[in-house]
Design a protein around this ligand. Structure first.
Ligand SMILES: Nc1ncnc2c1ncn2[C@@H]1O[C@H](COP(=O)(O)OP(=O)(O)OP(=O)(O)O)[C@@H](O)[C@H]1O
Length: 676
């Protein structure tokens, strides 16, 4: 991104950047970790690096037929060490020579052997070249191998398995036209949100390919008739959670014998979460019904004991494909195109600091804010509302239709700020804490939390065009941090994260830095202090912020939370009925409406210029300039194609309208904005 900014400086005369701004930019450059020297120029994006293209295997890639063998390449000792960790040493030594001799070659989708219909569908989605995990994975999967694919967040793992899976169904007459009694392909994911996301991706590919394949999704605890309706036919592809499939089997809606006869490909997505979300028993029981000849794929962003256990349980002599792996160096954990920053302040001053960075326009939109509790989300929402910053909240308490709709609305650009409660780690902790199941049940009952156990907002969800991730509360582990900030910088996009760290959170922050490979002795910094926020700028806002913060009482939060839940329960029913008919009508309900009882005071909406010091004004200009240079979609690499796409993609067309509607609604709620 910095190189990109460098280019934009040449064009910025009209914007009025002065020497201070350039100093600021340079300061920002200096403070950035060396690894974040990423560019808006696609030729240097995260995926073109040789270092990132990795394939591991048995048998060696050289035994594969061309053109596959050239795609599988080792380029560093680190990669070989990775291999040694997980495979047979002799085999590695055998392969080492082959691998070192091979040339790195970037392959196109055509060269990977994908069907023209799928390539056309990808072109319509503006996807023209495979990511490394797709380059490496697709040929193996097309060959029918069992595969474990491990790659960073946002690296395109979903298409890495969807494309070859669909190709198999498209090309194999037996599979697609055979009168089976159960689905031919099954995709198991840990959460409802992921289920919806994967389902939408498959559906959209099928529609764009114009083929007669049927896909169905099912989650939660559906009734017998819901299961029977979903599986009538049966669909070719079934997207679900392990618990739900188990339910279909135990109620007889899915006959074990039919599964044995029909199932050809099974995919376990976000495999590292399946056990921690409590599906261990389901998966163990399900194993008995999976035919031996069934091809199994296991996708995950990190490695863990759970992934290993699943691999042993389901896969036969698998190919293990891994992109740079967690463990050795920071570049290999977090996508290179994400810049990481932090701000240190007291717990009490967190509201003040987030207000300063949002209100003074010091970060790019869209912004995804993570909190650890639902109450904190509402505190933040109510607080920001008073300053004219509207946001939606997302948490496990909300009805499923609302959650899905909120995600879709955010992805379509209906609102810019989403405050998500990430309690997935607490959920994991709940799983490991406590001695017996009974105790766990008791404590859960005691808490009376009506949270959806299939909710998962952090892992795997493909938030579109989120530029900034803010950790308002720090996650409780380094892995949680990696997954949170992985919601930005997806695929070829750039992004940044800002962690607001209180003294109480310093311990976990240090842990995170260590995990990312920060090393003071070698002058390696992974998370730099946020460079655009001046102390003065914060202090100027203090009085107003503290005044408003005092009005956001515990009672106000409780009431807002209850009100939001009531709204969303009503919404959810409407959504259910309406969206069966109009699945793309996203603007029916607004999720970012105001919850404060007191209307926001007009004087808090705009920060008067005299309150903003000149350096901060320059910083804000600099952020706006960057935004303009990057284009609204944060997709500079797509160039003219992005414009072509806009007309054809209902989501894009919709978001353009949505922007107008959003402006109108804003004026209605806050009053028309004065022209400066
Ligand atoms: N070849 C490609 N070129 C450009 N964009 C791509 C490509 N493949 C996938 N994408 C896009 O990249 C984004 C991230 O992909 P995906 O959700 O599959 O990542 P992931 O590796 O599964 O991440 P996570 O581990 O967080 O689940 C999606 O928006 C997807 O449409």
């Amino acid at each position: 991104m910095l190189k990109g900014l460098g280019h934009t400086n040449k064009k910025d005369d009209g914007v009025g950047l002065d020497a201070t701004a350039y100093q600021l930019i340079n300061r920002l450059k200096d403070m950035l970790p060396k690894s974040s020297d990423v560019s808006a120029d696609t030729s240097t994006n995260a995926y073109t690096s040789k270092e990132d293209i990795i394939g591991l295997k048995s048998p060696p890639p050289s035994k594969l037929k061309p053109p596959y063998s050239t795609a599988v390449t080792f380029t560093s000792d680190h990669h070989l060490r990775q291999l040694l960790k997980m495979s047979n040493t002799d085999e590695i030594d055998d392969n080492k020579q082959n691998l070192e001799q091979e040339d790195v070659q970037e392959l196109s989708f055509e060269q990977l052997g994908l069907d023209p219909r799928l390539i056309r569908a990808l072109t319509k989605k503006n996807i023209d070249k495979p990511t490394p995990i797709q380059q490496t994975g697709i040929p193996f999967i097309l060959e029918g191998k069992d595969v474990v694919a491990r790659a960073k967040t946002g690296s395109g793992k979903t298409f890495a398995y969807l494309l070859p899976m669909l190709q198999k169904l498209l090309l194999d007459d037996n599979l697609a036209s055979l009168k089976t009694l159960a689905p031919v392909a099954m995709i198991l994911v840990p959460s409802r949100e992921l289920c919806q996301q994967v389902y939408s991706e498959v559906l959209s590919l099928i529609e764009l390919c114009r083929v007669q394949l049927k896909v169905v999704q099912l989650t939660g605890e559906p009734s017998f008739s819901e299961m029977a309706t979903a599986l009538a036919g049966p669909p070719h592809i079934f997207v679900s959670t392990p618990a739900c499939v188990q339910r279909c089997l135990s109620t007889g809606v899915l006959q074990p014998k039919s599964v044995q006869e029909s199932l050809s490909i099974l995919i376990l997505d976000e495999a590292d979460l399946l056990f921690t979300y409590g599906y261990e028993k389901n998966l163990k029981d399900l194993k008995a019904h999976i035919p031996k000849r069934c091809q199994c794929l296991l996708m995950s962003a990190t490695s863990s004991e759970d992934v290993d256990n699943l691999k042993k349980l389901y896969l036969h002599n698998p190919y293990i494909l891994t992109l740079p792996e967690v463990g050795d160096a920071k570049d290999e954990i977090v996508p290179k195109n994400v810049q990481q920053f932090w701000i240190q302040c007291s717990e009490r001053d967190k509201l003040l600091h987030i207000l300063a960075i949002l209100k003074l326009d010091l970060v790019q939109k869209k912004v995804l804010v993570f909190t650890n509790t639902i109450d904190t989300s509402f505190t933040l929402k109510l607080f920001l509302e008073q300053f004219g910053i509207k946001s939606a909240v997302l948490n496990a308490e909300l009805p499923v239709n609302s959650r899905l709709h909120i995600l879709e609305g955010f992805n379509a650009g209906l609102f810019d700020y989403l405050i998500a409660t990430d309690d997935s780690e607490l959920k994991e902790k709940e799983q490991t804490d406590g001695d017996t199941q009974v105790e766990k049940k008791k404590s859960k009952k005691h808490k009376k939390r009506k949270l959806d156990s299939e909710f998962g907002v952090v892992r795997g969800i493909d938030f579109k065009n989120v530029y900034t991730v803010i950790n308002f509360d720090m996650p409780i582990s380094a892995a949680g941090y990696v997954h949170r900030i992985g919601r930005t910088g997806r695929a070829y996009n750039t992004g940044q994260s800002v962690s607001i760290v209180s003294p109480e959170e310093m311990e976990v922050f240090e842990e995170i830095k260590l995990f990312l490979g920060e090393n003071k002795d070698q002058d390696v910094t992974c998370i730099a202090p946020f460079p655009l926020l001046e102390k003065n700028a914060v202090e100027f806002l203090r009085y107003r912020a503290e005044d408003v913060a005092r009005s956001v009482t515990k009672i106000a939060v409780k009431e807002a939370r209850a009100q939001d839940l009531r709204n969303e329960i009503l919404n959810s029913d409407k959504l259910k009925a309406h969206f069966q008919e109009n699945p793309r009508d996203l603007d029916l309900l607004k999720h970012d409406k105001l919850l404060s009882k007191k209307a926001p005071a007009p004087h808090l909406r705009d920060v008067p210029e005299y309150l903003v010091d000149p350096t901060t004004q320059q910083a804000s200009k600099f952020v706006k300039l960057t935004r303009a240079a990057m284009g609204r979609n944060n997709n500079s690499h797509k160039g003219h194609k992005a414009r072509v796409k806009k007309a054809g993609d209902p989501l894009k067309t919709f978001s353009a309208d949505a922007k107008k509607q959003k402006r109108k609604a804003n004026d209605k709620e806050f009053g028309p904005k004065k022209k400066k």
